[in-house]
Ligand binder design. Structure first.
Ligand code: PMV
Length: 341
């Protein structure tokens, strides 16, 4: 059995959120949660989840605390069941997660959350799993979580197998090989109204743009992969904005419509375009929520943050560098402290 902290079926892991440059939207198979298209992301150093998993005798059911508050357990239990099956373990678990950013507000807390859960649960159960296997496991919790197992620039493969075993992420380039900053403008700290899974199913069923979305995915991935290999920031930025706007065109034309933007989201987008016209190379991207993430060179991040702070309706601005792969923590982490250990 692999090492567990204190040998007591307990482990703590940290994973970072990620932002897709080429977006994923749509499921190939909902049962094993495979995406309809591949995606490319960057992992964000400033947005992290710490998760404690402790398999314990005497628990009747799994328990899940998020930022100290009890939360619904089914999605967490479903991932723990995969780990228990593989480890031959019957014990239920206590899970405690802390985010250093607002949960469920379009900042990909499910990405960092399920990546941290997959790593901590596998380790606590004594499993010896490769990063690729962890990515497959994390994907079962949330599609974008498969990418948060890795640091830097990351590509997620849609895969073709019914098992989903070829639907995993891998690193394209380490963060240190091409430093990039992401300035996150938070326009609404409250949870989003429509979750991504139900939104995706709605888009596939009702948006007339869905076939076009599927048809253009491979082209978008090829161009972005090449931009990263060539360290071509202008292409990376233009393609990231295009993928974001194409995603939101799909969302807006879903019935019922998925309108994730608010007035400040729109104002921030225009501000980025104006910055660019004034000679500051910066590009926006937005996920299933109202927050605006601005891609720029590290030397321009402070200036971009000043401009984003001036946009009416922006509550908070954070600057992030690119982040590392998910990793295990020792037992004095915040998640452990919060769980009272
Ligand atoms: O990981 P999910 O299933 O919650 O979906 C995330 C979808 C987007 O964030 C909108 C795009 C992406 O590729 O991350």
């Amino acid at each position: 059995m692999a090492d567990t902290i204190g040998g007591d079926f307990t482990a703590v892991a940290r994973a970072h959120s990620n932002i897709a440059l080429v977006k994923y939207w749509g499921k190939r198979d909902i049962a094993v949660n495979t995406p309809a298209v591949g995606s490319i992301s960057v992992t964000l150093d400033a947005l992290a989840t710490d998760t404690l998993v402790s398999f314990e005798a005497g628990l009747d059911a799994d328990e899940f605390l998020l930022d100290g508050r009890p939360e619904p357990v089914p999605r967490v239990s479903a991932l723990l069941d995969l780990v228990r099956d593989r480890a031959g373990l019957a014990l239920r678990a206590r899970v405690s997660s802390t985010n250093n950013f607002p949960s469920s507000a379009g900042l990909a807390s499910s990405a960092s959350g399920f990546a941290a859960l997959a790593l901590a649960a596998s380790h606590a159960a004594g499993l010896d799993v490769s990063p690729k296997e962890l990515s497959v496991l994390a994907r079962r919790g949330s599609g974008s979580a498969a990418r948060s197992i890795f640091g830097g620039y990351v590509e997620m493969h849609a895969g073709t197998k019914a098992s989903g075993l070829d639907s995993f992420a891998e690193q394209l380039l380490p963060a240190a090989d091409w430093p990039l900053s992401v300035v996150v403008a938070i326009t609404e700290p409250q949870p989003k109204p429509v979750g991504s899974t139900s939104g995706m199913l709605g888009s596939a069923m009702s948006s007339p743009f869905y076939p076009g979305w599927l048809e253009t995915a491979d082209r978008d991935l090829d161009v972005m992969r090449r931009a990263i290999t060539d360290r071509d920031f202008a292409t990376l930025g233009e393609e990231a904005e295009h993928s974001c706007l194409k995603l939101h065109a799909l969302m807006l034309t879903t019935r019922p419509a998925l309108i994730y933007w608010n007035a400040a989201t729109m104002a921030a987008m225009h501000r980025v375009i104006r910055m660019r016209e004034a000679g500051l190379p910066a590009y926006f991207t937005i996920d299933a929520g109202p927050q605006v993430k601005v891609l720029c060179a590290p030397g321009d991040a402070a200036q971009v943050a000043v401009e984003m702070n001036q946009v009416p309706g922006v509550h908070e601005v954070r600057i992030s560098a690119l982040g590392p792969a998910a990793y295990l923590l020792d037992d004095d982490s915040p998640a452990l402290t919060q769980a009272g250990r």
